[in-house]
Write a protein that binds this ligand. Structure first.
Ligand code: GDP
Ligand code: IMO
Ligand code: MG
Length: 428
């Protein structure tokens, strides 16, 4: 029995899509457990690139089952656009290959409108969301007014819930946020049409995952976003609205935590962040610019430039603890080639003491001063390296120090965006 988690150890965009695709070869079932189409996961196989937002990154294999779990928020418009995009690229997305939880909440057009208008209303305190309606949809879920996928299959239930919601949202949108009212009929007609197309994909996915694990199939849980965007343990309020940590898997899939065997944290060899919020090791200088250009650090979902900075091991140590990581996968080590010196943050100076955990209060975090260790860089390209031994000595020293400080072994090193640019160092 094996069920393992692949999750982002930083602020998202660590290469979860690439790693999920790589590890999916060993898995039978690939499951998304939280988030929605705010995610942008890139997979490259040979000369083809695929950008996934909602559909698990195991979809490129014909023989794997992909599941969108109950913890995910599903925008059916975005889902069908993604299915059509994949089919155009020659990837089949059949109900045998993709199953969607009947308990997942639906992103509605008013969620997208609310996301945008609330961000505008926040002014300089905006979060920098992706604008996909994620926060407003999870708000309705916890307020207990959300509409679930199973509701779509019952026309009268859906009609009533939609009426109540459109009325309440329109009132708020027009009177508080100065926006325009949405049309009930338009939403109703669109969603009734989506319901027919969705029907064959809808399942009690908790049962499917449980049965798969029980029958000794390998199940991979694919995280979206990253540890520091977690609603509880991230840099609140500059976070997303779900639990991106290992803890989110059990609730977001409907299986007990005792069924999960491993958790791999995906960490970029440096740090990036898109959207607003604190970032202690950010490089707002030429080096940051150099990393952004070399690493093509621009968002997959919104196209925004990603902020770049040195690797922060305080963050990775926090992820190891909160997510119970059993190993790390380090990506984009190739991007660092060519830097004369590379720095790594190993702790923070805070109120005269040295700490190695991530403070809750953003005011305290703002006072934290990174303590750096400096490493000699390497010039050689590592893009063609396929074993650890082939890496330059200085790259090996860098990786060894990550293992030492985080007290966690590296299982995989990624040296380029393609599936084959990956080396397996040890078991997960
Ligand atoms: P995700 O959201 O965690 O799946 O990551 P994204 O797809 O948003 O961003 C990661 C980017 O880095 C994508 O463009 C990947 O193709 C690319 N990538 C992943 N691993 C590597 C790597 O080891 N080296 C390089 N150069 N690019 C990588
Ligand atoms: P993947 O899965 C990086 C960020 C947004 C914003 C904050 C809240 O590709 O790693 P939201 O729309 O979720 O309410 O936005 O979270 N964010 C991401 N940043 N990668 C992601 O996903 C992200 N998904 C959301 O930029 O700061
Ligand atoms: Mg991404």
């Amino acid at each position: 029995m094996s069920a393992f988690i692949v999750l982002g150890a930083q602020w998202g965009d660590e290469g979860k899509g690439k790693m999920t695709d790589y590890l999916a070869e060993e898995a039978d079932v690939i499951v998304r457990f939280q988030g929605g189409n705010n995610a942008g996961h890139t997979v490259e196989v040979e000369d083809k690139q695929y950008k996934l937002h909602l559909i698990p990154s195991g979809v490129l294999y014909d023989s794997k089952l992909n599941i969108i779990g109950n913890g995910v928020v599903v925008d059916p418009k975005a889902l069908f656009e993604e299915i059509d995009y994949l089919e155009d690229l020659g990837v089949k997305v059949t109900p045998e290959k993709l199953m969607i939880s009947d308990r997942a909440h639906l992103i509605m057009p008013y969620h997208r409108v609310l996301d945008r208008l609330k961000e505008q209303a926040r002014g300089k305190n905006d979060i920098g969301t992706t604008g996909k309606g994620i926060g407003p949809c999870y708000t309705d879920k916890y307020e207990r007014s959300g509409i679930r996928i199973c509701d779509l299959l019952h026309k009268d239930v859906f009609t009533e819930k939609l009426k109540i919601n459109v009325e309440a949202k329109n009132e708020y949108i027009t009177t508080v946020l100065n926006g325009e009212a949405l049309s009930f009929e338009e939403i109703y007609n669109d969603y009734i049409a989506y319901a027919e197309r969705l029907r064959p994909y809808i399942q009690d996915t908790s049962v499917k995952v449980y049965d798969a694990i029980k029958s000794n199939k390998q199940v991979l849980f694919e995280g979206a976003q990253g540890m520091l965007l977690d609603i509880d343990y991230g840099t609140y309020p500059y976070v997303t609205s779900s639990n991106t940590t290992s803890g989110g898997v059990s609730n977001g899939v409907g299986i007990g935590p005792t069924m999960i065997t491993n958790a791999v944290g995906i960490a970029k060899a440096y740090t990036t962040r898109v959207g607003k919020g604190p970032f202690p090791t950010e490089l707002e200088n030429e080096t940051g610019e150099w990393i952004r250009e070399k690493g093509h650090e621009f968002g997959v979902t919104t196209g925004r430039a990603r902020r770049c900075g040195w690797l922060d091991l305080v963050i990775l140590k926090t992820t190891v603890r909160v997510c119970g990581l059993t190993s790390l996968a380090v990506t984009k080590i190739d991007t660092l080639a060519g830097l004369e010196k590379i720095k790594v943050c190993v702790g923070y100076k805070f109120n005269g003491a040295i700490i190695d955990y991530f403070p809750a209060s953003l005011e305290d975090l703002a006072k934290c001063e990174p303590i750096y260790e400096e490493f000699d860089g390497w010039d050689e390209s590592v893009a063609d390296a396929r074993s650890y031994e082939e890496l330059p000595e200085n790259a090996k020293k860098y990786l060894a120090r990550i293992e030492e400080i985080t007290d966690t072994k590296i299982s995989i090193v990624s040296v380029g965006p393609r599936r084959d640019q990956t080396m397996r160092v040890r078991d997960l």
